[in-house]
Design a protein around this ligand. Sequence first.
Ligand code: F6P
Length: 552
Amino acid sequence: MPANTPSIPTQNALTALPEWRALETHRAQTHATHLRDLFESDSNRAKALSVEGPSGMFMDYSKQRVTTETMRLLLDLAEARGVRPRIAAMFRGDKINVTEERAVLHIALRAPRDAHIVVDGVDVVPAVHEVLDAMGAFADAVRSGAWKGHTGKRIRNVINIGIGGSDLGPAMAYDALCAYTTREISFRFVSNVDATDFAEKTRDCDPAETLFIVCSKTFTTLETMTNANTAREWVLKGLSANDTAVAKHFVAVSTNAKKVLAFGIDTANMFGFWDWVGGRYSMDSAIGLSTMIAVGPKGFQEMLSGFHEMDEHFRTAPFATNLPVIMALVGIWNSNFLGSQTLAVLPYDQYLDRFSAYLQQLEMESNGKHVAFDGSRVTWETCPSVWGQPGTNGQHAFYQMIHQGTRLVPCDFIAFCEPLNAIGVHQDLLIANVLAQAEALAFGKTLQEVEAEGCPAWLAPHRQFDGNRPSTTILAKRLTPAALGRLIALYEHKVFVQGTIWGINSFDQWGVELGKVLAQRIIPELSGSVPTPAHDSSTQQLITRYRTARGR
Ligand code: F6P
């Protein structure tokens, strides 16, 4: 760790802290208490364990296996682990991403024009707004048809090429905000190096009407550069054009101007961002260009204001009523004290179809780590695996396991009161389902209740539900661009608080490097140009089999 790095928890002995020990004792004392008993013994429980955040975002965590005492002890832990100074350090622009020696300033991407955030002596806010303005002008030109392709046709298809943080955010946001998008243009997302992704996304597109946004922070990522090269060939071949056509059909979003230029994209058509924006925290930077074209600059600005609202809530609200802090602490309780290995995120809104896929990167690439700030190996669990599907689809797939399986699966339910498609009784049915699931998980159904319904004794155990399965319900008014911004910022900050408590750096991703390096080594071996690949016997056998199958 660089010397004099500020605001970093230097001691790694999380589990030796008196605050941690107090939680362990508390767990031993309360573990046997069922959620049924907790609700029965406290008529104020729902109120006491709920909090209303910005713009009416309501979070009810009373169906988590916590009490006000648990929360008090968890809040003590947050203080002991320096969450407060770490929040201040992030907002100040300190280089809290110590392994990459970078500031962590996604909050600057949504700071208002008159804010000031200084990194290395430079106020970064004017540059953020300069890029937003350039994106706005470009988005308007594409939306209005003023931006023409090489042959003079207007753009009808926008295809984002990127992967990880350069894909998941824009792809998720496009689905989430679909109700607010122009329907004059189709939006597609190519990420996988599997050619099928490119082939299927472009098969019905006319190159003359297609604009590619090549999104890559580094502009070196194998998948993205392979797809970008394929796209360039597809456009030039389809238009029987030379390289001059590239400028009309390709724009880039990157921090790497040199590589963008080398690819053949005019840097006038490049939208920049900065090394203090992590890939998985970048959907509100220029990486969101496709989102802005889809919803328009005003819609994008509304989304940014939602992010900012949650940033301000996170920065200023007392911890006891601070949504990201509470969510983080409840997650710590579930992972580190109740032994859960996983978190199911279950949005009851079809537009949030890709939300859990997005969160997988945000949470697992950020906190899926076993090395503490001081280089030692942590001796406690860190990030759970995150997964989910929109309700009610998941109910007919994996909820069986959540209700009656042997593992504890904490759930985040997300729902909106007002439908975006008000048709018949759909919304009431949707909301009835999310409420029913959370209720069933918490309270279950006893054997006596099952038998009282006349169920034969032999069948009753199969139809009995233990309950005591924890969930949080987030209920917001309506899925708008601002609501989406608030929701994402909520999870971003939750991840940061958890990383701080676990003592890990939530902003690097060294764990993805080894696989990338080995793939580079295997590529020439597959072509047959390296006769005897030296690998372990399993890898070697698979390479040989592949080469034989491909006649090499
Ligand atoms: O998976 C590793 C990673 O570096 C992510 O953190 C990032 O979002 C993704 O690859 C894409 O990187 P880039 O935007 O540089 O192409």
